[in-house]
Design a binder for this molecule. Structure first.
Ligand SMILES: [Fe+2]
Length: 165
């Protein structure tokens, strides 16, 4: 992916251009993944059915509300490196590692299982992303991505407990 730099003043963050591109590329991909997951949570929030409707309807809303904040933080962090943030749905689909869920009529249990898989995929991908930003010595990015990993790990657990019930 090409990283689109702003025409403005380049920030002097102690990272060379390659390092900056590495980190921004990782952040753009995460921004895309979070959008896919955000949309899926909204889809399931709207369309979940069954005896656990109320609990899942609320849990999905809690998670997409939290991800909305996460999405904003990722995009604004991209800007702080002097790059532009991706901002179209097409960008998100093209860059995301997560897959969309074409179904809005899944049984509630399958919705939850699909979300657990996505959160766990995020955790595993983030481990690799963290290794990469560690390699270019971006401590700030490493800390930020570690926070994201913890968020997704906790969200996966919240959903997984439902499957164990
Ligand atoms: Fe709602």
């Amino acid at each position: 992916m090409t990283v689109q730099q702003t025409q403005g003043i380049k920030p002097d963050l102690g990272l060379n251009e390659d390092a900056t591109n590495t980190v921004v590329t990782i952040l753009q991909r995460l921004l895309a993944d979070e959008h896919v997951l955000y949309m899926k949570l909204r889809n399931y929030h709207w369309n979940v059915t069954g005896p656990h409707f109320r609990a899942l309807h609320q849990l999905f809303e809690e998670q997409y509300t939290q991800l909305a904040t996460t999405i904003d933080l990722i995009a604004e962090r991209i800007r702080s490196y002097g790059a532009f943030a991706l901002g179209t749905m097409q960008n998100m689909i093209e860059q995301a590692r997560l897959e969309e869920s074409p179904h809005n009529t899944l049984p509630a249990r399958d919705m939850v299982a699909n979300l657990v898989t996505d959160h766990e995929t995020m955790v595993r991908n983030l481990r690799q992303d963290i290794d990469q930003v560690d390699d270019v010595n971006d401590d700030g990015a490493e800390d930020f991505l570690t926070g994201l990993l913890q968020t997704h790990q906790e969200m996966a657990w919240m959903l997984r407990t439902y499957l164990e019930g």
